[in-house]
Unconditional design. Structure first.
Length: 340
């Protein structure tokens, strides 16, 4: 469940947004609206467009839970597959601006922004593997307990060894020195569906959903944004497809998009072997997230249809991460035609 979000109309007709934590018992570290408020406040006037925030209330006697208030931003939100409905020139402008905003974000000094305590520094890849490995393992007993409820459950349980092999293999690769270790402010969920576009143009007027932002490695942010380039189904967002589809007209190639990002950040081009690692880690991370969604669904905390979809998505992403890892271990790199 995401953070409940409400529109508030003032007597003068002004619109404001209230973001509040959901009711009930929350998982540790989840629904960190305080974190979201603080990072958006710090990003004011940086060139990274965010809604203006006004107040954070940590007194639960007011509304029963912590909340914050921010401006309502007029505009439209589209998701990855909807980009196909736009003109090629509009696709280019939108994805180029996503690239530009991400580069701006990663070039900011988190220390100058007062965000030096926004996360840990260093060893980000290893910490991601530890975090999502732990979350994957926590879901296994629940899936085992309810494995007779859905036909996907036994298949996902059978993939447990593959998950463990990915964790071990990517951790060893991290320790090999082939992966850079830098620390920047990262969004954590930067994608087309988390920005607001102007109603009248392709301008991005706000970036949303900062609750899992942290200090980490910028290439994982980039690899997550660029999943449509290398995950089967691509910009159609259909993981059931066995091969990657071509990049739609108007959108840069994978290599050109990375090159533009590096140019904007004034850094050297990302080495192919390292880029392949971050793509594999992205697929593993999403596989683990979907694994958790499926486990909660089996336990009755999500709709069954969503749970089944998440279970199959977890298996397919796990298979893709394993394929990418095998390529890394054999000295090959991960292109855009990896099969599940």
């Amino acid at each position: 469940m995401s953070n409940p979000t409400y529109v508030l109309w003032s007597p003068g007709g002004r619109k404001l947004i209230i973001r509040i934590k959901p009711p009930g018992k929350l998982l540790p570290g989840a629904h960190q609206i305080e974190r979201e408020y603080r990072v958006m406040s710090a990003l004011k006037n940086t060139g990274v467009a965010c809604p203006e925030v006004h107040a954070l209330c940590e007194d639960e006697t007011i509304l029963g839970r912590n909340f914050y208030v921010m401006d309502y931003v007029e505009g439209r939100v589209i998701d990855t597959d909807e980009i196909l409905l736009l003109k090629p020139s509009e696709r280019f402008q939108i994805y180029d601006e996503l690239n530009n905003i991400m580069a701006k974000l990663h070039n900011l000094s988190f220390e100058k922004l007062g965000l030096s305590k926004h996360g840990k520094r260093g060893n980000y890849a290893r910490r991601q593997l530890k975090t999502w490995g732990r979350q994957f393992r926590l879901g296994i007993p629940t899936i085992e307990e309810h494995k007779d409820k859905h036909e996907v459950a036994p298949l996902l349980l059978a993939a447990s060894n593959k998950f463990e092999q990915i964790i071990t293999g990517l951790t060893l690769f991290t320790d090999s020195g082939a992966v850079s270790d830098v620390t920047h402010l990262v969004h954590g969920d930067f994608r087309l569906g988390n920005v607001i576009l102007s109603n009248n143009s392709t301008e991005i007027v706000a970036v949303l959903d900062w609750e899992i932002s942290t200090l980490g490695h910028p290439f994982l942010d980039l690899a997550y944004l660029m999943m449509p380039w290398y995950v089967p189904g691509g910009f159609q967002r259909d993981l059931k497809m066995k091969i990657q589809t071509s990049v739609p007209e108007g959108i840069m190639s994978e290599t050109d998009y990375i090159a533009k990002y590096c140019e904007r950040r004034n850094i050297s081009m990302i080495q192919q072997k390292e880029w392949s690692f971050w793509k594999a880690l992205t697929c593993f991370r999403l596989a683990a997230i979907n694994h958790g969604v499926y486990a909660r669904g089996l336990a009755g905390n999500a709709g069954s249809n969503k749970a089944v979809q998440s279970g199959m998505a977890s298996i397919r992403l796990c298979n893709l991460a394993a394929s990418m890892l095998a390529n890394l271990e054999s000295g090959e790199t991960c292109g855009t035609t990896s099969k599940l």
